[in-house]
Design a protein. Structure first.
Length: 166
């Protein structure tokens, strides 16, 4: 991918620029791209976050790529149903959980990569397996927990491969 708009959506208790997003931003920068990260702190309703993300990306020059972690992964997938997106990069996405409005997604892009941790006790890895199978998405399961702490370089490496595939 040589040009486009990249947007990161952080998780519920995270901040826009955590360990994973900083590593991914460096990867994007090395490729001549910039990763944008709106601040969703204080917003606990995932569908309000979807509306904020849609407003944030409105009018951006494409191709648009959305990336998100946990609730942010859900937010990206839900938003991708409403706008044309070139790809989704989802880290431990909060799919099939109580309190989330969408459990079935339509009109998603062809290129989707999901990264999850085997030891995730917040969002079961089985949820990502289910989603990946349903949407024919690439799935990478790492030896980590929900935050994939200490695995930011592996996530960034996978992000690089994802961007190169677009």
């Amino acid at each position: 991918m040589k040009q486009g708009y990249l947007c990161w959506a952080h998780g519920l208790d995270a901040q826009p620029w955590g360990e994973k997003s900083k590593a991914m931003a460096e990867t994007a920068k090395d490729m001549g791209l910039e990763l944008d990260a709106p601040d969703f702190r204080g917003m606990t309703d995932p569908d309000q976050r979807v509306e904020k993300l849609l407003g944030h990306i409105k009018g951006k020059k494409g191709p648009i790529v959305l990336a998100g972690s946990s609730m942010g992964g859900y937010v990206c997938a839900a938003a991708a149903q409403e706008v044309e997106v070139a790809g989704l990069f989802l880290v431990a996405p909060a799919f099939y959980l109580p309190g989330y409005q969408q459990h079935v997604f339509f009109n998603l892009p062809e290129t989707i990569k999901v990264v999850h941790g085997w030891k995730d006790v917040v969002v079961p890895v089985e949820n990502s397996i289910r989603f990946a199978k349903l949407h024919n998405a690439a799935l990478h399961i790492l030896p980590g927990d929900h935050r994939l702490g200490g695995l930011a370089s592996e996530v960034a490496f996978l992000f690089s491969g994802f961007l190169n595939s677009l």
